[in-house]
Design a protein around this ligand. Structure first.
Ligand code: NAD
Length: 239
């Protein structure tokens, strides 16, 4: 069977690193992002040239169920689905608007439901498939000023464990990688002092690299389906 991965939020950060890692491993790729389609198309072309894989780029808002349906009407069904797209919201809960709450939950959690619902029928027919969700350590421990984000990732962890049970009899594995602090634009708001304070709590004494998360995700994709329902922390030993 051909190796074919769909990666959401692949225009930058962790998603981009996952795309590079999977292309290097010989996967054909479907990449999507919400805004930076030019940069995603450039990445797709570079990966095709460098690794001789097929790589298609799409602009799609995964928080919108209609956009997800439309995306799946255009693509080869994936054998590996990586739900990576996500947004953060930092602020007091009392300052958060209904729209900001909804957008955080829709982007980080409902999107994963829409993507899985669309991808699972083909995986069932093949009696195989891998679903890997990109979560956060805040999903388990919770973060002050990131209540909606923490709730969305906690929901994603529960979604992962429940869906793993539902799909294990069908040969499909579902896991999540819960990242600690990783060096991407998502953290660009942190000042040098704030960053140093966070790092002082990390046993590895540094923040993580997107490529390190990507290599863990590739190992999960290549691993036995008996490894399922796990939330694997990539956090430098923070918890
Ligand atoms: P990033 O902001 O650099 O990239 C986010 C990507 O998601 C972009 O490609 C963007 O286009 C895409 N995206 C956002 N909303 C989307 C939507 N509605 N539809 C389609 N694509 C959308 O972020 P990152 O740091 O690379 O984060 C990737 C994932 O890792 C997220 O789920 C994030 O919650 C998780 N994570 C990151 C960290 C960290 O420290 N960077 C820590 C824990 C978890």
């Amino acid at each position: 069977m051909s190796k074919n991965a769909l990666i959401t939020g692949a225009s930058r950060g962790i998603g981009r690193a996952i795309a590079i890692e999977f292309a290097r491993a010989g996967y054909d790729l479907t990449l999507c992002c919400i805004k930076n389609i030019e940069s995603l198309e450039r990445l797709a072309k570079d990966l095709e040239d460098a690794y001789k894989v097929k790589c298609a780029a799409y602009q799609a808002d995964v928080s919108d169920p209609h956009a997800v349906k439309e995306l799946f009407s255009k693509i080869e069904p994936p054998t590996v689905l990586i739900n990576n797209a996500g947004i953060s919201y930092v602020g007091l809960i009392t300052d958060m608007s209904d729209d900001d709450w909804q957008k955080t939950i829709d982007t980080n959690l409902s999107s994963v439901f829409y993507m899985c619902r669309a991808a699972i029928p083909h995986m069932l027919s093949e009696f195989s498939g891998k679903i890997i969700n990109v979560s956060s350590v805040w999903g388990e421990s919770g973060a002050s000023m990131e209540v909606a984000y923490s709730a969305s990732k906690g929901g994603l962890d529960a979604f992962t464990k429940a869906l793993a049970k539902e799909l294990a009899p069908s040969g499909i594995s579902v896991n999540a990688v819960a990242c600690g602090l990783i060096d991407t634009d998502m953290n660009s708001r942190l000042s040098d002092e704030e960053l140093a304070e966070v790092v002082s709590d990390i046993p590895a004494d540094r923040i993580g690299k997107p490529a390190e998360v990507a290599s863990v995700i590739l190992s999960l994709a290549e691993s036995t389906n008996y490894l399922t329902g796990q939330i694997i922390k990539v956090d430098g030993g923070w918890r």
